[in-house]
Design a protein around this ligand. Structure first.
Ligand code: NAD
Length: 363
């Protein structure tokens, strides 16, 4: 008979809902393993039972929304999952630091984890070390492809490069769908047609490309988190996402305004500054883009504005796509380039589901 694997899920938002539908079809197709959902929670509600009864996948969203159970506290959840006596995978579809901080206690108890959450891998270097030590100790598995570039194979690529003995010398790219969209429309390679900076930011927000408060995209921290993860896999002991230069595109005077709406209302006051940045690049026949880079030899990690020739792949990016170039000893002067959608529920969930498949193949 088919071996059983239990699945526990935290988070049922944009990515979580897409993951649930991918899990439903995966479970239906799986021949040699029976996938059983035994726990699901959002920040407010949960569904689970002491007997680990299977939660039906085809109606899980409505079961969850009509549930009156509260989520288990994390130490209780670790105990609950570990006590089932069945191999268990935890899927963390949140952006919670608290849950990330608890990864070592899950991993140590043999519970495997797949997640798009960046917090565990871009927090303190101590947490990073604790996580990999706990994984060894518990014999558990851990994958987080979607924590950088959503469904794009970025984490698996850098791991493969390093583990096969290649030497990564430099990584450079556009790591934010929001920043990609903003600069592709503010400073298009065609030279004309780019609107005012504040107009482009407002448009991006309207189209749902930004966080509710656009400052959460413009501060560069999200990109810095992704760079922290990649730099660590490249062998650099980066202490935290604030331990290297990160250029914020939030004007100083607007850092402390109360709301995202007030920020957007006052942003036009600073259009002249951004126009100057664009014009300066244009004078050199270039365009400005918001990029992250890691120079491994000099141990330099940085995030901010850079100018690129119109023929450069970074300049030619379209829409809200990400692009990540890996320069390595084997690949020489022509980098290995990964490009495509770096955000969106379905593509991000695909990263999580493919991680789950990797775990299932080893359980
Ligand atoms: P979301 O805000 O839509 O959903 C988050 C879900 O997590 C909600 O159901 C919320 O209730 C739950 N949650 C939050 N904190 C919790 C806690 N402490 N305990 C239990 N539940 C909690 O977010 P999302 O867009 O679905 O993103 C999920 C993750 O995927 C994030 O880590 C995000 O950075 C990552 N990600 C998203 C995208 C994307 O395009 N949306 C791309 C790449 C990575």
């Amino acid at each position: 008979s088919a071996r059983q694997v239990n699945i526990a899920i935290i988070g049922a938002g944009g990515v979580g809902k897409c993951f649930l539908s991918q899990l439903e079809s995966l479970a239906a197709r799986r021949q040699n393993q029976k996938l059983v959902l035994t726990y699901i929670a959002t920040s407010k509600k949960a569904v689970y039972s002491d007997s680990y009864s299977p939660i039906a996948l085809d109606s899980v969203v409505s079961t969850l929304s009509s549930s009156s159970q509260a989520p288990l506290a994390l130490p209780k959840l670790v105990d609950y999952l570990a006590a089932s006596g069945t191999k268990t995978v935890l899927v963390d579809n949140t952006s919670s630091q608290d849950i990330a901080d608890a990864y070592p206690s899950f991993l140590r108890r043999g519970i495997s984890i797949v997640t798009p959450n960046k917090k565990a891998f871009s927090g303190s270097y101590k947490l990073w070390q604790d996580i990999f030590a706990a994984k060894e100790e518990g014999g558990s598995l851990l994958y987080h492809e979607a924590s950088c570039g959503a469904g794009l194979p970025v984490i698996s690529t850098i791991k493969d490069l390093v583990e096969t003995g290649d030497e990564v010398t430099k990584i450079e790219g556009v790591f934010s769908g929001t920043m990609s969209f903003l600069f592709n429309s503010f400073a298009p390679t065609s030279g004309s047609g780019g609107g005012k900076w504040s107009t482009e930011v407002a448009k991006a927000k309207e189209l749902g490309y930004t966080e509710p408060d656009p400052r959460d995209d413009l501060n560069g921290l999200d990109v810095a988190r992704k760079l922290t993860i990649l730099a660590r896999y490249a062998g650099l002991e980066v202490e935290s996402p604030t331990s290297f230069p990160v250029q914020s595109l939030i004007p100083k005077q607007l850092e402390s305004v109360a709301s995202g709406d007030e920020f957007l209302a006052r942003l036009p006051e600073f259009d002249a500054e951004m126009e100057e940045v664009k014009a300066e690049a244009q004078k050199e026949g270039k365009v400005v883009r918001f990029v992250g880079s890691i120079d491994v030899a000099s141990k330099q990690v940085k995030v901010g504005l850079e100018k690129f020739d119109l023929s450069h792949p970074i300049a030619a990016l379209k829409g809200s796509d990400n692009i990540i170039s890996f320069y390595t000893k084997r690949y020489g002067s022509n980098p290995l380039i990964i490009q495509g959608a770096g955000a969106g529920g379905d593509v991000t969930a695909m990263g999580v589901t493919s991680d789950l498949l990797k775990v299932l193949a080893q359980l």
